[in-house]
Design a protein around this ligand. Sequence first.
Ligand code: FPP
Length: 236
Amino acid sequence: MSINFGIQSTLHVAIIMDGNGRWALARGLPRVAGHRAGADAVRRVVEAAPPLGIGTLTVFAFSADNWRRPTAEVSALMELFGRFLRAETERCLANGVRLEVIGRRDRLSDSLQCAIGRAEAATALGTRLRLRIAVDYSGRDAILSAVEGVDLVSRESVEGALGPPVDLLIRTGGERRLSDFLLWECAYAELVFSRRMWPDFGADDLAGAVREFRGRERRFGSVPAAMAAREASWLD
Ligand code: FPP
């Protein structure tokens, strides 16, 4: 982990996109309408991310526990993911976005697995933004798989298997929990909770969260530089 007290140009921002269901309920719409509006919010945030210095964006689309939802909602979500991947691949290519899906694949339909493979292969050379979509994802299971997959277990090898540390974790919808998302990677993440329902979250909200992040001092267990200097001067 790099210790950086200044501005970091390639942030890893992770988002727990919560509130689709309540957004729909408030409008007298079915929950799936909230998920559809949520997909539009993903598009807006992906567009807004690079100018804010975000190099990696990981969004939580479907947790390993979301299989417990009603079958119709699960099917609608899976269909939405497939449609999103097919529709967005061209736009990702044009905008230098590398698309990846993290999480288990073996419980997804063949056609969704195919759509994921195609989108990942087509956008593999994108360098402007790494967009990671977590589907059938569990942070605890990801840690177990990473540990099982390395020869020698160490912080570095596990981090290498999992992915980059998260700088800023945003959760929308007013709840304040991690819900098994990127548990290892969030060890030193700054947390920002927004009351905004995910479908209403936009570029300004993302910019506001990044501004809040930039205003925080990240010490990674150390003390502020000014305090360290003052302490040192007392020892002289
Ligand atoms: C949580 O809100 C949201 C989800 C479990 C699904 C997230 C999916 C999307 C944002 C749609 C599309 C995403 C992509 C990448 C195409 P909730 O349904 O639990 O809302 P609630 O807490 O208000 O009920």
